[in-house]
Ligand binder design. Structure first.
Ligand SMILES: *[C@@H]1O[C@H](CO)[C@@H](O)[C@H](O)[C@H]1NC(C)=O
Ligand SMILES: *[C@@H]1O[C@H](CO)[C@@H](O)[C@H](O)[C@H]1NC(C)=O
Length: 230
């Protein structure tokens, strides 16, 4: 029992990815300003913002804030486990057809820590591809004093921003801290997407992973290179 507890503690300690100093500098530099290069209209005071130096795309709230994290359960197993109370669950994610090429029926919010970017279906709308972000590309998420890698895996059908798969919420805030109906309200989460095909892992990612930690880790080689360029 004790041994199991220690091993579990080691596993979660190993997982916690420290925020690289340049990413922390990016976070600090943009936090207490308004976005100076908005590429979208305002979604309830949050805009899609492009960093002039790196062309990275990030969600930016008013001065002093970034965005919150609502929990998305769309995709495979949308109503299983901690997702069984998701009020907005849908059976499929935006790039399901492309994911099928990797041998899985759809992304699974329990396993693939995807980020929801783009708003399609209401006004205003925004398509991240208009600034070069490619479907299923790596997204860095700074949350709760840590950093994790996910992928751009879904879009929002309304005007909500700041949304990620259950598994990303669990990596950020703990396995029991979030569920399909309980996210993270504080607007202190930084989501960063990167334009260009170098951000796309494609077949190389562990799409058939059984655990969120395995999928997150498989994005690190690409993710580390991308965030180094911020
Ligand atoms: C970024 O670019 C925009 C548009 O060209 C410009 O208005 C803004 O001042 C620039 N921001 C910074 C911090 O240089
Ligand atoms: C999750 O989804 C996959 C693919 O559809 C399925 O094979 C698996 O049985 C599901 N797991 C649960 C717990 O429902």
């Amino acid at each position: 029992m004790l041994r199991t507890t220690i091993l579990a503690a080691l596993a979660s300690a190993a997982l916690a990815r420290d925020i690289p100093s340049n990413v922390q500098a990016f976070y600090d530099a943009h936090l207490n300003t308004e976005c100076s290069n908005a590429v979208s209209d305002s979604f309830s005071s949050v805009v899609y913002c492009q960093d002039n130096t790196s062309s990275a795309l990030f969600l930016k709230g008013p001065s002093g804030s970034y965005d919150n994290m609502d929990i998305d359960c769309d995709g495979a197993n949308a109503s299983e486990g901690l997702c069984d109370n998701d009020p907005t669950g849908q059976s499929m994610t935006a790039f399901m057809d492309q994911v099928a090429e990797f041998g899985i029926s759809d992304l699974d919010a329990h396993i693939h820590p995807y980020v929801v970017l783009g708003n399609d279906g209401a006004t205003p709308s925004f398509d991240p591809q208009s600034v070069g972000i490619e479907p299923l590309s790596v997204v860095a998420v700074v949350c709760n004093g840590k950093m994790f890698y996910g992928i751009w895996g879904d879009t929002n059908g309304g005007t909500s921003t700041g949304e990620a798969a259950l598994s990303m919420g669990q990596l950020c805030f703990g396995d029991d801290a979030v569920n399909g109906d309980q996210g993270h309200d504080e607007a202190d989460v930084l989501y960063i997407a990167f334009p260009g095909s170098a951000a796309v892992p494609g077949k190389a990612a562990a799409w058939k992973a059984k655990m969120k930690e395995e999928f997150e880790e498989c994005l690190a080689t690409i993710g580390d290179k991308l965030v180094a360029g911020l």
